[in-house]
Design a protein around this ligand. Structure first.
Ligand SMILES: Nc1ncnc2c1ncn2[C@@H]1O[C@H](COP(=O)(O)OP(=O)(O)OP(=O)(O)O)[C@@H](O)[C@H]1O
Length: 232
């Protein structure tokens, strides 16, 4: 379905989005777009609505008003099942604390997005191993996720976010729990692997030095988007 009104721009985004949690207005007339292959950092003070915006863009939350689109289709009014399907096939996620399954190996964790969409086990295994190798942790593929460092776990989380070749990766404070050296290495992995695959990255961060790594920075305050800044 084409969006009504003005033509949509960008691979994914939203237009005129409002969302309230009870009396708290988290997003107030927010518009945002990300282009194919672009990395965008969303930054701003605590409570300004960054995570809520990420959840709306990825279909986890349905806005009270406005359009949320992916590849020119407004999916905000589609069913929960349809939005889940979109997340499984077209989006990847990296969260602050990795959220790997600690009892599974890194390889098994990375295989998960492929297995739930029906990829055969040997194919999933090979793709997971290849990607772990590309991200520099191939030697840890058979180690339980609960027994690796925070930085290694986040690299595996990046692998899991990219293994099914999503079009957009949503990252919420992906380096927030790491020291600066490990954080840099995780960002290098995330940006290089996404760029290699032509995937866009939308990354929420408090940290200016992390935001600066993106192609573009979008600043938020009090549920609104301030002007976007092009970094490079
Ligand atoms: N589930 C919820 N129920 C009620 N209010 C919520 C809920 N989630 C977020 N909020 C409120 O909505 C506003 C935006 O929250 P959000 O988590 O999007 O901000 P943020 O910019 O990501 O913050 P932080 O940087 O601290 O993670 C805040 O005022 C927050 O308290």
């Amino acid at each position: 379905m084409e969006l009504s009104g003005s033509k949509s721009t960008g691979l994914a985004g939203c237009r005129g989005v409002r969302l309230a949690y009870g009396s708290t207005i988290a997003l107030d007339d927010v518009s945002f777009a990300v282009e194919q292959g672009e990395t965008v950092a969303v930054t701003g003070p605590s409570g300004c609505g960054k995570t809520t915006l990420l959840h709306v863009l990825s279909g986890l939350l349905r806005p009270d008003a406005g359009e949320v689109y992916f590849e020119s289709e407004d999916f905000s009014t589609r069913s929960d099942a349809a939005r889940s399907r979109l997340r499984l096939t077209s989006f990847g996620f990296v969260l602050q604390f990795g959220d790997l399954v600690p009892e599974l190996t890194l390889r098994e964790n990375v295989e998960l997005p492929l297995r739930v969409t029906g990829t055969r086990a040997p194919v999933a295994r090979r793709r997971a191993e290849d990607l772990l190798g590309e991200l520099g942790i191939g030697d840890l593929a058979d180690r339980q996720a609960g027994a690796v460092s925070g930085g290694q776990a986040q690299r595996a989380a990046v692998a899991r976010a990219l293994v099914h070749e999503p079009r957009v990766v949503f990252a919420d404070e992906p380096t927030g729990a790491l020291d600066s050296g490990s954080g840099e290495a995780v960002l290098d992995c995330l940006f290089a692997a996404a760029r290699e695959r032509g995937a866009a990255v939308v990354m929420v961060t408090h940290a200016p030095e992390v935001a600066e790594r993106a192609d573009r920075v979008v600043r938020m305050r009090d549920g609104r988007v301030l002007q976007a800044v092009t970094v490079r």
